[in-house]
Design a protein around this ligand. Structure first.
Ligand code: DX5
Ligand code: ZN
Length: 216
């Protein structure tokens, strides 16, 4: 299966989101990664439901919504209505993760679970078979442009074995510090979806950056 590049809008010019969305729309990247932060689960606030709804009409790309918020359950329907295709919640934010995952699926979306860098792969043992996507945070969530955490490779290996043993078809998404320098090594370790914020929108030529990551 070819890998999926998911440019993250977090590093785009928020005063000109339409241009950023159009750029992704015309690029080979099939997904657009949307980082929602509440200032509670993470020490930053980004954007939310109205912004996602507003950009939805400018592209048909898959909206990959990453919720870095507490109590995500109460907003599942609202994110679906805003246009989310994949909805990812954090393991650390969900007391009843199994219920949250089922609710996302029942709402008609693909369900993802994200784990922070300190959360062991083994924490997903009893949810791996239920999720469509595992988002492996390769930085501490909250900000774009941070340094990639090398332990991610070990975690990918462990998760790969778990995915196999559970007969799961979950996609593995890497989020944070991804760029042209580590994309090949991540793919070799079983990554399927690569989120790229700073390495795309911080590049002199974002379209060329997406093309280079896509061709890896
Ligand atoms: C971080 C977000 C990421 C972020 C990645 O909390 O979840 O999606 O946009 O940004 P880069 O690619 O710049 O590390
Ligand atoms: Zn993200």
């Amino acid at each position: 299966m070819p890998h999926i590049i998911a440019p993250s809008l977090l590093s785009a010019d928020f005063a000109d989101l339409k241009t950023a969305v159009k750029l992704v729309d015309e690029s080979p990247a099939p997904w657009l990664h949307l980082d929602v932060m509440d200032g509670v689960f993470v020490p930053n606030i980004s954007f939310g439901i109205p912004v996602i709804k507003a950009i939805r009409m400018h592209t048909k790309k898959v909206f990959d919504v990453h919720l870095m918020i507490v109590r995500p359950d109460q907003y599942i329907g609202a994110f679906r209505d805003a246009g989310a295709d994949v909805l990812t919640v954090h393991y650390e934010a969900c007391t009843h993760l199994h219920r949250s995952i089922q609710a996302i699926k029942a709402a008609g979306m693909k369900a993802g679970v994200a784990i922070n860098p300190h959360t062991p792969a083994s924490a997903l043992e009893d949810i791996m078979a239920d999720v469509d996507l595992v988002c492996i945070m390769s930085v501490n969530p909250g900000f774009g442009g941070q340094k990639f955490i090398e332990n991610t490779y070990t975690k990918l290996n462990t998760l790969g074995a778990l995915r196999k043993s559970k007969g799961s078809g979950a996609l593995f998404e890497i989020d944070g510090g991804v760029g042209i320098d580590n994309v090949n090594k991540l793919l070799a370790h079983g990554a399927n979806v690569l989120v790229a914020g700073n390495s795309v929108f911080g590049a002199a030529d974002p379209m060329q950056a997406i093309k280079a990551l896509s061709a890896a």
